[in-house]
Design a protein around this ligand. Structure first.
Ligand code: NCD
Length: 317
């Protein structure tokens, strides 16, 4: 398989050996395209290329897909996993600092994935570690590996990750999956339509970043008016855990509920995506639609994470 890699793929693989993955901004638009090509190569990799390697999975926040798909990727490639899914049972509960935890854990493993409620925790962990660190979500900031699996899903379904009109609906204020993907899609030359209630609009910093990237985007609270023009509808959960005041959550929690009627006026080729977990925002009746891509999206997480673990560990099949 190695023989058939393009120069760009080899060059990116070399650069990623030993690196961290903290933010989508560390990649250029051509890098993202090349990385998706490499992910495609990993679809067929089932040999134990990561035998003897250990992943440390430190989850200071709840997770199902991100943690388990990283662990599955590691195990499927022959490696092992250590870690915790509940920071309450780690020494963080005794007051240990994040850099101390990282320094210890990296002596037990070869690569770390960390999810943490504090923005910048992924960067801080990478600064404390000698070994590669992957940001599995830091507060409302970034979720770069989610973005890579989102892009991979779009590419598989639409045949491209450029020139599309992508609608984002839901919690654009706190949603890190949306924040990362919005940036990446702008870098790749897509048009973005941001749909949210007033209180959950994209924050000023992310707007500035979007403008700095030359992003083409518009904003509206009205989902129905934009559905017919979209190629992709990316639905996000209203994130109750990030609201300071529970009443603010109650006011907006069911403001968008995508059902069959919502997507009936859409283009035939529309795909509906969601990083999951969903609560009320996509009705289960949409699941049977050929437009629903969210379960496939979650499944793609394993291939994407197999690729990232292998590249960062410098093992290419
Ligand atoms: C997202 C997250 O944790 O940021 N989930 C995920 O990683 N698939 C989105 C969410 O929790 O709503």
């Amino acid at each position: 398989m190695t023989e058939t890699w393009t120069d760009a793929e080899r060059e990116l693989a070399n650069r990623m050996r030993g690196a961290d993955i903290i933010s989508v901004r560390q990649f250029t638009a051509p890098d993202l395209g090349t990385l998706l090509q490499i992910v495609e190569r990993f679809e067929t990799v089932t040999s134990p290329v990561l035998q003897g390697k250990v992943l440390g999975a430190l989850f200071f926040e709840p997770s199902t897909r991100t943690r388990l798909s990283f662990e599955s990727a590691m195990v499927r490639l022959g490696g092992g996993c250590i870690g915790f899914a509940d920071a309450g049972i780690s020494s963080a509960a005794k007051g240990e600092s994040l850099p101390d935890t990282i320094r210890i854990v990296e002596s037990y493993c070869d690569i770390i994935v960390i999810r943490h409620p504090r923005e910048g925790a992924g960067r801080a962990a990478a600064d404390a570690a000698e070994k590669p660190v992957i940001n599995g979500g830091d507060g409302s900031n970034q979720h770069p590996t989610q973005t890579l699996l989102d892009l991979y899903t779009i590419r598989r379904r639409m045949g491209t990750v450029a020139g599309l009109r992508v609608g984002f609906v839901g919690d654009l204020k706190y949603g890190r999956a949306a924040h990362s993907l919005i940036e990446a899609l702008a870098m790749l030359g897509n048009e973005l339509v941001l749909v949210s209630p007033e209180s959950l609009r994209l924050p000023p910093r992310q707007r500035e970043d979007l403008d700095a990237l030359g992003g083409v985007w518009s904003e509206t609270p009205d989902l129905a008016s934009v559905v017919p023009g979209l190629d992709v509808l990316y639905v996000t959960r209203i994130q109750r855990e990030r609201f300071g005041d529970p009443l603010d959550y109650e006011r907006v929690k069911d403001v968008y509920q995508v059902d069959e009627a919502t997507i009936a006026p859409s283009r035939d080729g529309l795909i509906v995506m969601h990083p999951l977990p969903r609560v009320l925002e996509i009705h289960p009746s949409v699941d049977a639609s050929p437009k629903a891509a969210y379960f496939e999206q979650a499944a793609n997480g394993v291939t994407v994470r197999k690729t990232l673990l292998s590249l960062l560990l410098g093992v290419t099949p």
